[in-house]
Structure formats: structure tokens, C-alpha cells
Write a protein that binds this ligand. Structure first.
Ligand SMILES: [Mg+2]
Length: 238
């Protein structure tokens, strides 16, 4: 058995990203974007031009706002205010509706999540959720997910970095190569894990957010799956 597989098999701590790893998230951001573009089209703005501006400003803001639904909505509001001479109550109401849908979206678990967590749990594997964004919004989703009982706790940071991963491992009392990080983002989940020596499993999902798509720091160290149940069979533990 190769070393990478062996390390994954023997991992003492399983660290799960949440958004688009355990449950749908990007889908609701795309819906918010489409609704905003529809609103702007109704005001005679060009959709392609807007879409590229949203994506550009979304990436620009990350370094000073961190991740989250509210900062994203703030970007949309700024674009509206900059482009429209007189912002009317109709526009603000529409924006408030889009924001409400995004902040309170349903918690839909991804395929294979429940069955996989059940297997890990019954094998007494220690699991935590490690997610980024705004504390109250992420914790609200964690509580609504119905799967919180499987995890020791949920750690929320504004942005995932090598340093936040080191802090996480220290608080868990686990050496890097005894941990396994599972996530859908090369930028936020995989590369910080690799940089610390944590085993990394990349969950490949369609429609990944543009800002999160960068090259793996060391592709040879990454295991790629398309479904969490693949990890269960990959490890051969159950
Ligand atoms: Mg994610």
C-alpha cells in the first residue's frame, strides 16, 4: 500500500470543510448573482459586463472583508449604487430579497455525506468541521445541517491559511501527518494543508468558485475524489 493511502487510512483527525464539501453553498451564490443580474438587466445594464465586474470585485474584496455572504452582498450593493444614479426603494427591496435568500438558504447535504459520516462515526474517527466566513452565518448553517452530532466541534475563521491550520492542529493536539483535510477548494483547503504537512483530499465539484481555483502546490500529495463515499472505499477501512 502506498504511503499516501496509508497515511489517510491511519489519520487520527478528519477535518472537513463545510461549504460545497458537506452541503451546497456555491449554488446559492450563483442564484444570488443571477437574480442581481436580472435586476440590473431590468435597468438596461449589460449582463456580461456586470458578471465580469462582480467576479473581479469579489476577488478584490477578499483580502479586506474575508469570505462570507454579507460581504458578497455588499459588493453587489456597491455595484448597484455606482451604476444607478438614483437608487429607488424597488431596487433596495429586490436587493434585500436576494440577500435574505442567500443568508437563509436551505441546508442541502451533498451526495454521500450522511452515509460517509455515519461510517466514520461508527468507526470512532474523530471529526471536526473547519470552515471560513462569518461566525454567526456559518454556525447557523452548522446547527441547521442536522449533522452536527457527528463532529467534535466547528471551527470558523475569516480566511483559511497555513497559520490558521497550524492553530487548529495545535488546539486539537494532533501532529500534521496524523490529520486529513477534506475540501473542495485548492486555495483554502488543499494548499494550506499541504503547506503544513497535513494529508489532503480534494473533493472535485462542478461550478467551483473562480477565486478558489488555483493550482495545487504539490499535485502528487493530493488525493482527488468526486464523492465523500469514495474516501470510505479508498481507505478500505469499512
Ligand atoms: Mg468549501
Amino acid at each position: 500500500m502506498n504511503t499516501k493511502k496509508n497515511k489517510i487510512r491511519n489519520a487520527k483527525l478528519w477535518i472537513f470543510d463545510a461549504d460545497d464539501t458537506l452541503w451546497e453553498s456555491g449554488l446559492y451564490f450563483r442564484r444570488a448573482e443571477e437574480d442581481f443580474i436580472s435586476l440590473m438587466q431590468s435597468l438596461d445594464f449589460d449582463s456580461d459586463d456586470l458578471r465580469s465586474e462582480i467576479h473581479r470585485r469579489d476577488i478584490e474584496r477578499l483580502s479586506h472583508t474575508g469570505y462570507g455572504a454579507r460581504p458578497y452582498m455588499q459588493t453587489l450593493k456597491l455595484i448597484l449604487e455606482e451604476r444607478v444614479a438614483v437608487v429607488t426603494p424597488y431596487m433596495l427591496d429586490s436587493l434585500a430579497y436576494i440577500s435574505n435568500c442567500l443568508l437563509n438558504h436551505p441546508l442541502v447535504l451533498l451526495p454521500g455525506v450522511l452515509a460517509s459520516l455515519e461510517k466514520f462515526f461508527s468507526a470512532n474517527r474523530r471529526m471536526i468541521v473547519y470552515t471560513m466566513g462569518e461566525e454567526d452565518h456559518q454556525m447557523d448553517k452548522f446547527k441547521r445541517s442536522g449533522i452536527s452530532r457527528y463532529f467534535d466541534h466547528c471551527t470558523i475563521v475569516p480566511m483559511k491559511t497555513k497559520e490558521t491550520m497550524i492553530e487548529l492542529l495545535a488546539s486539537a493536539g494532533i501532529a500534521p501527518d496524523e490529520a486529513c483535510m477534506i475540501g473542495n477548494s485548492p486555495r483554502s483547503d488543499i494548499n494550506p494543508a499541504i503547506a503544513c504537512g497535513v494529508n489532503a483530499i480534494f473533493l472535485e465539484r462542478p461550478f467551483a468558485w473562480q477565486a478558489e481555483q488555483i493550482e495545487f502546490a504539490e499535485p502528487g500529495l493530493v488525493t482527488t475524489v468526486t464523492d465523500l463515499l469514495e474516501i470510505v472505499s479508498l481507505t478500505g477501512l469499512w
